[in-house]
Design a protein around this ligand. Sequence first.
Ligand SMILES: NC(=O)C1=CN([C@@H]2O[C@H](COP(=O)(O)OP(=O)(O)OC[C@H]3O[C@@H](n4cnc5c(N)ncnc54)[C@H](O)[C@@H]3O)[C@@H](O)[C@H]2O)C=CC1
Ligand SMILES: O=C(O)CCC(=O)C(=O)O
Length: 408
Amino acid sequence: MAATQFDLVADFLGLTEELRQRTKWPKRLITVTVPIRLDDGSTKVFFGHRVQHHLTRGPVKGGLRYHPNVDLGEVAALAMWMNWKCALMDLPFGGGKGGITCDPRTMSMGELERLTRRYTMEMIPFIGEDIDIMAPDMGTNEQTMAWMTDTYSTHAGRLIPGIVTGKPLALQGSAGRTQATGHGVAFLACRALNKLGIKLTDATAIVQGFGNVGSHTVYGLANSGVKVTGVSDVSGAIWNPRGIDTRELRDHVAARGSIAGFTEADPIDPAELLTQPCDILAPAATDMVIHKDNAGQLQCKILAEGANGPTTPEADEIINARGDIFVIPDILCNAGGVTVSYFEWVQNLQRFQWTEREVLTKLETMLENAFSRVLAFAERNKLSHRMAAQSLAVKTVAEVKAQRGLFP
Ligand SMILES: NC(=O)C1=CN([C@@H]2O[C@H](COP(=O)(O)OP(=O)(O)OC[C@H]3O[C@@H](n4cnc5c(N)ncnc54)[C@H](O)[C@@H]3O)[C@@H](O)[C@H]2O)C=CC1
Ligand SMILES: O=C(O)CCC(=O)C(=O)O
């Protein structure tokens, strides 16, 4: 998917063959075996990956994913998208992504800690606070980042907080990072409602996923007055056309671990949830959930892509032909996370802490600028929002590569 999208963009920009090749392929693909002792005393070898798409504009930045479907190809695609995301937001980073093929839901805290520490040790030759800085993604969180910081810092003999972002606040994390991605999704979805002339308090939303991104998207929308009528997670989906009480849902998930058993809304088939009428549909879980078989049935006015790669190229074609859905593409819509990660890294390098208000104000300014640039570029060039966002980003990277030239 990432390569198909890149080829379309490279054709539109008329990139020379040399720049096309240099911009498309990842700089480094690293695969390691990660042997750990399981709680039952046996040893298991996991596979871990890190793809550093390029280092042309600065260190590599991007999350670390724990999921059974992780493989090198998926990580490479996610690294490429990180690349365009950082360029679109004008962050001084190249893109990277990491992953370990595992099911974190079936592993104990002890096993997850040993897995994370061993992966970090295997990565030591390839990472650094000015080389490659990881962050949370699906299946990882601030505890994962704390273990990584500790392992790396113990090896170095001093605390190096800038080695990862998305750390706990007490370990020099940044105010606002936990909610940053969902906050950004909700902020941009509300900007899109403004553009379409829909009052926030008249609007409805459906959110797929209730992890870091999905839950904070739900809270951000609800705080803005939008009525959240549908939510799903890996355990199932719920629907209440009168609006879901998002605080009760938060408390339920905190107590029970998933939305299963939430009685203030009706259960609904998770696939059907995506095609219910709503103003905002925010896929914020996994990839390729909007595909050729459901794109024609979507009844949303705004598709706010919290997840990475939720829409296949075939679905894009259908959505573009329909012309009635305002798409906020992933590299823009979920860029709040990496933007606040950038703020966290800057604070770590400066040994300084910003307030939550400072962080969120700076974040909203940067998202607003990127949103306006994408909309203006799309309109000027008669492009979809995705093509516009990716074209702006690829152009930025290709220009820097051309300026730096080839060695020797
Ligand atoms: N955490 C971050 O800061 C960022 C994450 N993203 C992307 O957002 C997406 C979600 O990431 P996180 O929220 O961090 O992960 P997470 O692990 O915190 O939460 C994932 C959520 O998705 C749900 N889920 C999994 N499979 C599902 C399915 N088939 N249907 C419905 N729900 C399902 C899980 O139950 C869980 O609620 C991923 O695509 C990730 O790459 C993008 C930018 C930043
Ligand atoms: O915060 C970061 O550095 C990366 C977040 C991420 O993995 C993403 O935007 O997909």
